[in-house]
Design a binder for this molecule. Structure first.
Ligand SMILES: Nc1nc2c(ncn2[C@@H]2O[C@H](COP(=O)(O)OP(=O)(O)O)[C@@H](O)[C@H]2O)c(=O)[nH]1
Ligand SMILES: [Mg+2]
Length: 580
C-alpha cells in the first residue's frame, strides 16, 4: 500500500509534466489560440489531477440515472421524474452531515453521510441528448475527469444512435465504461434476454471488447435492502462499487485516467499537424519551384552570355585584321610622304579602324543589355503566372477551418506577392530599365574600348613610332638617308606596329571581357536578388512553418514516449491491467 502510494505520487508528477507538455503542444499547434477544445480538456484534467475518484453516471434524459443513484445511496438526494430538474451537473461527495457544499454555474456539489462516498464521488449528469451546451460541458469538463462511467440505457429503447455516439466518444477517451440496462422490470424474461444480447453485440462492436453489461431495475432496487438489490439486479453493481473498486484499483484507474486524455488529445493534435504539414509541403514545393526557376535563369544566362561575349571578341578580331591591313597598305616606302607626316596617318587610323571598333562594341553591348532586360522580364512573368495559377487544394480549405491564422497569413502573403510582382511586370519599362543597365554596363565597356583603342592608344603610338623611325636625331633630312634607312627601318617599324597593335588589342580584349563579366555578374545578381526580395516574405514564412512543424513533430514524439513510459510505470507498480 505504502509502496503503491509512493509509486502513485511519482506517477502523478509524471502525469502532470505530461499534461504540461501537451498544453505547450496545443499552443504550438494552434499558434497560441486558447479557446480550443483540446486545450480546455487538458487544462481541466491537469487541474483535477488530485481530485477524488469520480464515478460519472451518464445516459439520455429519463433513462433512470437519478433513480439509479438514489437506489445506490439509499437516499432521495436526486429528484427523479419527467421534469428535467437536473439540468445542472450534480457531484455527490461524503460529509458526516448532509449539505450543499458549493454552487457554480451548471454545477451543484452536495455532501451526504453515505460510507460509499468516502471512497468515490458520484456525478449525476443531465441527459446526453439535452441541449448542446450541456453536452459540451459534459464532454469537455466531466468526461475527461471521469474515472468510471456508469452508462445508463433504458431497456425500452436501448442503444439509440445518440447513445452510440456518446459511447464512441467515451471509448476514444479510453474511459472505463459499465453499461447498465435500466428498467429491465418493464421487460419479460425473453425480451430481457433479447435486449441484453442486442446491447452486448452493439457494445462489443463499438469497444472492440465486451464491457461490463448489467441489466438492472433502479425502481425495484430502490428500497436498498439486500433483497431489493438482488431483485433489481444490483448485486453485481454494488459488488463492483464496493469490492472491485478497492483502494488499489481506484488508484490505478485514477492514474490511468489522464493518460486516456493525453492519448486522445495527442491523436487529435496529430491529425491537425498532418493537415498543416500537407499545406506546408505544398508551399515548400512552391518555394522549391521558384528557387529552381531562379537557378535555371542564372545558369541559362551564364550559358547564353557566351554568345554576346564572342560577338564583342569577334569585333576586336576584325579590328585587328583591319589594323594589320592598314599598316600593310600605309607603312610602305612608297608612302614616304605620308609617313613623314605621322599625324595624318594617325587620323586615318583612328577613322578607319578605331572609330568603327568603338561603335561596333557599343552596338554589341546594347544588344547584351537588351537581352538581359528581356530575359529578366520573362522570369518575372513566369513567376507571376505560376503563383496565379497555383491551385488551392482541398487541404487548404480544411486548414482555413482548423487553424485560421496560419491559413490567412499565407493566403494573404501569396496574394500580396502576386499583386506586387504583377504590378512590376505590368509597369515594366524596358527603356528605363535599359538606360539604367546601360549606364552601368555599356558605359563601362565602351569606355574601356574607346580609351584603349582610340586616340590615346594606337593612334598616338603610330605617331611616336614613325617619328623615331623616319627622322634622324639631327633633324636634317637627307634623301639618301631616307632612302637607305627606309629600306631597312620601315618594314621593321611596320612589324613593330603590328605587334603593338596585336598586344594592345589582346590587352583590350582581356580588359573588355573582364568588364563585361564583372558587369554581367553584378547585373544578374541585382536581377535575381530583386526577385528573391519580392518573394522573401513568403519564403521566410514557409521556412519558419517548416521549422515550427519539425519542432512540433519532435515534441509529439516525446509526448508519445512519455505516455508509454507512464503506462509502463503503472504496470510496474500495479501489475498488468485486469481485462475487465
Ligand atoms: N419502470 C421503471 N421506471 C424507472 C426505473 N428507473 C427510473 N424509472 C422512471 O424513469 C423516469 C426517469 O427517471 P430519472 O431517474 O429521473 O431519469 P434520469 O432523467 O435519467 O435521471 C422516472 O419516472 C422514474 O420513475 C426502473 O428501473 N423501472
Ligand atoms: Mg435525472
Amino acid at each position: 500500500m505504502t509502496d503503491h502510494t509512493t509509486h502513485a505520487a511519482h506517477i502523478r508528477i509524471q502525469a502532470m509534466a505530461l499534461l504540461d507538455a501537451l498544453l505547450v503542444l496545443c499552443d504550438d499547434v494552434y499558434q497560441g489560440r486558447r479557446d480550443v477544445a483540446e486545450r480546455q480538456v487538458v487544462a481541466q484534467t491537469r487541474a483535477h489531477l488530485e481530485d477524488p475518484f469520480l464515478v460519472v453516471v451518464a445516459g439520455e434524459f429519463n433513462a433512470g440515472k437519478s433513480s439509479l443513484i438514489n437506489a445506490i445511496l439509499a437516499s432521495d438526494v436526486m429528484s427523479e421524474g419527467a421534469t428535467p430538474t437536473t439540468d445542472a451537473v450534480t457531484m455527490l461527495r461524503y460529509a458526516p452531515m448532509p449539505m450543499a457544499l458549493s454552487q457554480q454555474p451548471g454545477w451543484v456539489v452536495r455532501a451526504l453521510p453515505v460510507p460509499l462516498l468516502q471512497r468515490l464521488s458520484i456525478v449525476d449528469t443531465p441527459g446526453t441528448n439535452a441541449v448542446i451546451r450541456q453536452h459540451e460541458v459534459l464532454t469537455r469538463e466531466i468526461v475527461p475527469r471521469a474515472d468510471v462511467v456508469l452508462f445508463v440505457t433504458s431497456a425500452d429503447r436501448p442503444f439509440s444512435e445518440t447513445e452510440r455516439a456518446f459511447l464512441a466518444m467515451l471509448h476514444e477517451w479510453q474511459r472505463k465504461v459499465i453499461i447498465l440496462i435500466n428498467k429491465i422490470d418493464l421487460l419479460s424474461p425473453t425480451e430481457s434476454a433479447d435486449v441484453q444480447a442486442f446491447v452486448r453485440a452493439q457494445a462489443t462492436t463499438l469497444f472492440g471488447a465486451t464491457p461490463l453489461i448489467m441489466p438492472v431495475s433502479a425502481r425495484t432496487a430502490r428500497p436498498a435492502t439486500a433483497d431489493a438489490y438482488a431483485a433489481g439486479g444490483f448485486a453485481p453493481l454494488m459488488a463492483f462499487l464496493n469490492e472491485r473498486l478497492d483502494d488499489q484499483t481506484r488508484l490505478r484507474i485514477r492514474l490511468e485516467s489522464p493518460l486516456g486524455v493525453a492519448t486522445q488529445t495527442h491523436a487529435q493534435l496529430s491529425s491537425i499537424v498532418t493537415t498543416q504539414r500537407a499545406t506546408v509541403t505544398d508551399d515548400v514545393q512552391t518555394v522549391a519551384y521558384l528557387d529552381g526557376q531562379i537557378q535555371q535563369f542564372v545558369s541559362d544566362m551564364r550559358r547564353d552570355v557566351a554568345g554576346h561575349r564572342a560577338a564583342v571578341a569577334a569585333t576586336l578580331s576584325h579590328a585587328e585584321v583591319r589594323g594589320m591591313q592598314f599598316f600593310d597598305e600605309q607603312i610602305r616606302i612608297l608612302n614616304l610622304h605620308r609617313l613623314l607626316r605621322g599625324d595624318t596617318l594617325q587620323q586615318a587610323f583612328e577613322q578607319e579602324v578605331a572609330a568603327d571598333l568603338a561603335s561596333a562594341i557599343e552596338a554589341h553591348t546594347q544588344q547584351l543589355v537588351d537581352w538581359m532586360i528581356e530575359r529578366n522580364l520573362q522570369l518575372w512573368q513566369s513567376v507571376v503566372e505560376y503563383l496565379r495559377r497555383r491551385p488551392l487544394s482541398s487541404t487548404h480549405m480544411m486548414m482555413g477551418e482548423v487553424t485560421g491564422t496560419f491559413q490567412y497569413n499565407r493566403q494573404q502573403l501569396i496574394r500580396d506577392i502576386v499583386t506586387q510582382a504583377g504590378q512590376i511586370v505590368a509597369s515594366y519599362d524596358r527603356s528605363a530599365e535599359a538606360s539604367h543597365v546601360a549606364m552601368e554596363l555599356r558605359d563601362a565597356v565602351a569606355t574601356t574600348a574607346v580609351v584603349q583603342v582610340g586616340a590615346v592608344g594606337i593612334g598616338a603610338l603610330i605617331a611616336t613610332l614613325l617619328k623615331g623611325a623616319v627622322f634622324d636625331t639631327t633633324g636634317i633630312v637627307a634623301a639618301s638617308v631616307i632612302a637607305i634607312g627606309g629600306l631597312y627601318i620601315i618594314p621593321s617599324r611596320r612589324a613593330a606596329l603590328k605587334r603593338q597593335l596585336h598586344e594592345r588589342l589582346s590587352d583590350v580584349r582581356t580588359r573588355l571581357m573582364e568588364t563585361i563579366d564583372a558587369q554581367f555578374d553584378q547585373e544578374l545578381e541585382r536581377m535575381v536578388s530583386r526577385l528573391r526580395e519580392a518573394i522573401a516574405p513568403y519564403t521566410r514564412l514557409v521556412a519558419s512553418e517548416v521549422q515550427r512543424l519539425d519542432t512540433i513533430d519532435a515534441n509529439m514524439l516525446a509526448v508519445q514516449h512519455h505516455i508509454a513510459e507512464i503506462r509502463a510505470d503503472i504496470v510496474n507498480a500495479f501489475g498488468e491491467a485486469p481485462t475487465q
